[in-house]
Design a protein. Structure first.
Length: 311
């Protein structure tokens, strides 16, 4: 669903939840922005902890958008079958069945096309998100138990797309998201997702807890070079293979555990592209006192932005 084709809600509030690395991150927003949030602890029963927060704040009967944990789905890039859009997911389901280890009957397949100008318009490609059917049912049952109006189950790639579109960048944007052990680099332009690339470098590798700006250790500097190389390869593919020109800017999402400001100048110099930290506080944060909208809360917010709330 393109971000400007939004669903309308009769409610003035909405819940967004991202499930990420076994944790859950929830935001409550109204038309002004995020007014409450909740982040569960690692190792806890994430849904049970979020349930307590929802009941404590009496948030039942609100519309809800859930963004899946990356561990809960696979994303495949395939040649798009020559079918109408409403038949795309079924057609991709047939193609993807030989690419997964479990029976296709146990999976839900949702397809969405790359923008028509990708690959200079010479190739029609589509993403296929392959999700465990039992996991979907678990989330549906959980929402029903809490009397929530589950509107959509989506994936981070599309939640962050909604977030980027809401900020209305004038050029293509690369979004960098770093977790403890790994990262992801997404490329968006004009309301479309063009590519997503897994990165085998995380904040633990960069030693950010011990780094201050301009004081990178040799090992950290080497890891930073690896990170810059992965980003550069992604941008080169976007420019040469996808035919989309140079990436206008990079937005670095704030990790859930540490700050990354210390590495931004060195990383920016290495990739020769403007990089800024994706700060959402002035645009969306209406919490008092304000909690920082780090990557997982920001992704939960992005999912919820697929719904226009009643004023």
């Amino acid at each position: 669903m393109l971000p400007w084709f939004k669903h309308k809600s009769d409610n003035s509030r909405c819940l967004g939840i991202e499930l990420h690395n076994g944790q859950a991150f929830a935001i409550l927003r109204d038309p002004t922005g995020v007014i409450e949030c909740c982040s569960t602890q690692a190792g806890s029963d994430a849904l049970a902890e979020i349930s307590q927060w929802i009941e404590q704040h009496q948030l039942q009967h609100l519309p809800l958008v859930v963004s899946l944990d990356h561990q809960d789905y696979e994303l495949h890039l395939l040649d798009a079958p020559n079918v109408p859009d409403h038949e795309l997911s079924d057609a991709l389901r047939f193609r993807v069945k030989d690419m997964i280890t479990q029976p296709i009957e146990q999976k839900v397949v949702q397809g969405f096309r790359l923008p028509a100008d990708a690959y200079r318009g010479r190739m029609d490609m589509a993403f296929a998100a392959v999700i465990d059917r039992q996991r979907i049912q678990q989330l549906v049952d959980w929402a029903q138990e809490l009397h929530l109006e589950l509107q959509e189950i989506t994936i981070p790639e599309l939640s962050i797309l909604q977030l980027v579109a809401a900020l209305e960048p004038e050029a293509s944007v690369g979004v960098l998201r770093l977790d403890n052990k790994e990262g992801v680099f997404y490329l968006y332009q004009d309301g479309g997702l063009y590519m997503t690339r897994h990165i085998d470098v995380g904040v633990d590798d960069l030693g950010l807890d011990d780094v201050s700006e301009g004081e990178l250790a040799l090992e950290t500097d080497s890891r930073l070079e690896n990170l810059a190389l992965e980003i550069q390869r992604s941008m080169d593919y976007f420019e040469s293979q996808l035919g989309m020109g140079s990436v206008g800017q990079i937005w670095a999402m704030v990790p859930d555990a540490v700050e990354i400001d210390a590495i931004i100048p060195e990383l920016e110099a290495a990739v020769n592209t403007s990089i800024r930290t994706l700060s959402l506080d002035s645009t969306f944060n209406r919490m008092s006192p304000p909690d920082s909208l780090t990557a997982s809360l920001a992704t939960a917010l992005g999912g919820s932005l697929s719904y226009e709330l009643a004023g």
